[in-house]
Design a protein around this ligand. Structure first.
Ligand SMILES: [Zn+2]
Length: 271
């Protein structure tokens, strides 16, 4: 509880909603700041109409609001600490500790999160599923990867949709440079689980984003479809930098946004 209050105090201070000490104690100033943040969240429509939070959830919700209004992405203001809230809190702590953001300058490249279409609009942007463009791109990897289901088979390139070749190549190149080859391999980011594959979503009737060659799976064995962040390898903090890089190119992780299918990231937004 003390840690949570401390984290909330940091976030509220950063949002200029709190001027007191960061001491982990919910004193009068802290409680006032929490109330102001919650009122603000309700007024701006970030919480459902008439949403009421009690106890610990009040603190979490106020913190989420403070993070969201200062440019972090804590997810919906719901009073629960999920992967997005945890991630944005880590980003805030990095900023306060190091004096510079953990995120890379994505806006410079014009590849911000808004660049890619919504999932439901992919057909109008990327063309027909399984069409020629879906395999017209070729990603050159920074070093040989292995096929996740047959580690003896290596690959130096793989095919994808023509429009995502450049960002995919950049993601792997930047991540390899940021981690170094040994660490990159230790993290099993070199275990390729597939890109283009004309098929339906697992357990669904709609087409998978793999049908357009705009999604990539990595290390499926340790990031199984239904595993949540408590089990999936890629939810671990060691992968924070990896996801920063992926997201800096506007790609979307289902793990980070929905807490399942952590093996998968795609160039289409969920909402
Ligand atoms: Zn996938």
């Amino acid at each position: 509880m003390r840690d949570l209050i401390e984290a909330a105090q940091h976030a509220l201070r950063h949002a200029k909603l709190y001027e007191g000490l960061v001491d982990g104690i919910a004193g009068r100033k802290t409680r006032t700041a929490i109330s102001i943040a919650l009122r603000d969240a309700a007024a701006t429509g970030s919480t459902g109409p008439g949403a009421q939070f009690e106890g610990e959830r009040r603190i979490v919700a106020a913190m989420q609001h403070a993070l969201n209004v200062t440019g972090f992405d804590a997810g919906p203001v719901d009073g629960y600490v999920g992967p997005r809230t945890r991630g944005s809190l880590e980003e805030l702590m990095h900023l306060l500790g190091e004096g510079k953001p953990l995120t890379l300058d994505r806006e410079d490249r014009g590849e911000g999160p808004g660049r890619w279409p919504l999932q439901r609009d992919v057909e109008s942007v990327f063309g027909p599923a399984g069409g020629q463009q879906c395999t017209a791109g070729r990603v050159v990897l920074p070093f040989a990867f292995s096929l996740a289901w047959d580690l003896d088979r290596t690959l130096l390139t793989f095919s994808c949709h023509a429009d995502v070749e450049k960002p995919l190549e950049a993601i792997f190149r930047e991540a390899a440079a940021a981690y170094g080859e040994n660490e990159f391999r230790r993290l099993r980011l070199d275990r390729f689980g597939g890109c283009f594959n004309h098929r339906r979503m697992r357990g669904g009737s709609r087409l998978s984003m793999h049908s357009w060659g705009i999604a990539v799976d990595l290390d499926p064995e340790r990031n199984q479809l239904r595993w949540n962040s408590d089990r999936a390898a890629f939810a671990h903090r060691d992968y924070r930098l990896w996801w920063q890089i992926v997201e800096s190119h506007g790609a979307v992780s289902l793990g980070r946004q929905r807490d399942f299918d952590w093996m998968h990231f795609q160039f289409a937004r969920l909402s």
